[in-house]
Design a protein around this ligand. Structure first.
Ligand code: ZN
Length: 313
């Protein structure tokens, strides 16, 4: 106690609180979402490039390394999960250890799993390490140990370790060295006519000469009838916002988030992705009338955009 007086008593109590999680259950009586089955075995072997004949045919066993796969909860989550593990992670979050990285796992195999086996599992918080400093930051290694069973028989164990840590301070990001221009469109022989039109401030829509279907974006043939012959019509420029997203992340150097990217339904019926301008990003609405305009972004680049806000240009 003599070296843990005053304010430095708090870390000691944290260590005790963390150690108290050791031995608590992380999952009780969990049930595998699917029995051991051939389709999952086949997909696993294909993904791993594992051609071992033991995993094929009427006497096939499951690859032992699939052990964890049979216990995974998928998007809908685990059965049997307890609150202890979440409480432990929340306690570490409170200490600033908000980041997590899986560090390693160890498995033991006691009996092979075969198609049809029904899996159950229990998991225990095996250990919480002392505070450690790593290149990633300072935090705690948390190890869980799962026992995977078929009926009464232990098939294997899966020990899984994470580092829950406070990220090490990183140097400030340098500002971008120069203004970045908007990305160039990828122009090819199928869409060159469209971009020629844009340079002339004309928004051209392809029209099939056989069935008169309009199509956008430009394609070499008609989706409706397959005909490769086409001409164009010029869009009137009227449209409405059919749908939109507001981009906050990731940041791209040529764009300043947040900004709205919209799917515009043109009066002619085809839709195109573009920017909505003239209103703040959070005032873009589905059904909003918009009007085409052309924006000169730099010496070479003209792009269509759609202006919301009422009056026609
Ligand atoms: Zn057609």
């Amino acid at each position: 106690m003599s070296d843990m007086s005053g304010a430095s008593g708090a870390p000691k109590s944290l260590e005790q609180r963390l150690k108290a999680f050791e031995g608590r259950s992380a999952a009780v009586a969990g049930v595998g979402k699917d029995p051991v089955n051939r389709p999952m075995i086949r997909h696993w072997c294909e993904a791993m490039g594992d051609t071992n004949p033991a995993y094929l045919g009427p006497d096939a066993i499951a690859p032992p390394t699939m052990l964890q796969a049979w216990t995974m909860g998928g998007l809908s989550g685990h059965t049997g999960r307890t609150e202890a593990y979440d409480e432990l992670l929340a306690l570490l979050d409170e200490q600033g250890c908000t980041a997590v990285v899986a560090t390693d796992c160890e498995q033991e195999y006691f009996r092979p799993l075969r198609p049809g086996d029904e899996i159950t599992f229990d998991s225990v918080i095996e250990s919480v390490s002392d505070r450690k400093t790593t290149k990633l930051g300072t935090g705690y290694f948390v190890t869980t140990r799962m026992e995977v069973r078929v009926g009464e028989h232990l098939a294997g164990t899966h020990r899984f370790r994470i580092l829950k840590y406070a990220p090490a301070h990183r140097p400030e990001r340098k500002p971008p060295p120069r203004p970045v221009t908007r990305p160039r469109p990828v122009v090819n022989r199928d869409n060159a006519g469209f971009w020629d039109g844009v340079r002339q401030h004309r928004l051209l829509i392809q029209r099939c000469t056989a069935c008169a279907s309009l199509r956008f974006p430009w394609l070499p043939g008609c989706n409706a009838c397959g005909c490769p012959e086409w001409d164009t019509i010029e869009a009137s420029g009227e449209g409405t916002v059919f749908s939109y997203v507001v981009l906050h992340h990731p940041p791209f150097p040529a764009f300043a988030p947040p900004y709205a990217v919209a799917l515009i339904e043109l009066a002619e019926g085809v839709r195109m992705i573009s920017n909505v301008v003239g209103v703040p990003y959070d005032k873009v609405r589905i059904g909003q009338p918009v009007r085409l305009e052309f924006q000169q972004h730099d010496e070479e680049l003209v792009l269509p955009a759609f202006r919301a806000g009422g009056e026609a240009a």
